[in-house]
Ligand binder design. Structure first.
Ligand code: RB5
Length: 148
């Protein structure tokens, strides 16, 4: 699978660990940075990664910042993207299973690298359950014609 990954300065080590893990599993990792611990702005990294997913260039996206919150907010502004903010293996699994999220956001200051690896494994291996499609259709309809 081709997977986009992006992190801000708070999550450089997590990005390296997750990227190595994904490559070890045979995935192609497209790295949108950052590789520096110098302060930067998560939208500058997360939005291009999500655009690559929205364009179909990457099948999934993994975004990491301090909490995952900023990355998830930015990601969900990219048309067509469903980004789930996860704090556990269970919430990562459910982001795929219930929400058909193509992008997972997580916090390097919230979960350690080993937990983050288990989370992305769950996210990438869990299928979507079609009984949730109606809710996603309502989100997509709102995105197409926002009422405010
Ligand atoms: C950066 O200090 C921090 O705000 C960022 O990594 C993230 O947690 C934002 O949601």
């Amino acid at each position: 699978m081709r997977i986009a990954i992006a992190a801000d300065h708070a999550a450089v080590d997590h990005k390296a660990a997750l990227s190595a893990h994904l490559r070890g599993l045979g995935h192609e990792v497209v790295d949108f940075g950052t590789d520096s611990t110098a302060s930067c702005d998560y939208p500058d990294l997360g939005i291009p990664a999500c655009q690559a997913v929205a364009r179909g260039e990457c099948a999934r996206g993994i975004l990491i910042c301090g909490t995952g919150i900023g990355m998830s907010i930015a990601a969900n502004k990219v048309p067509g993207i469903r980004c789930g903010l996860a704090h556990s293996v269970d919430t990562a699994r459910l982001a795929a299973n219930h929400n058909n999220a193509q992008v997972l956001a997580l916090g390097a200051r919230i979960v350690d690298a080993a937990t983050a690896i288990a989370m992305i494994d769950a996210f990438l291996s869990t299928p979507f359950e079609a009984r949730h499609q109606r809710r996603l259709d309502k989100i997509a309809a709102y995105e197409k014609s926002p009422t405010c």
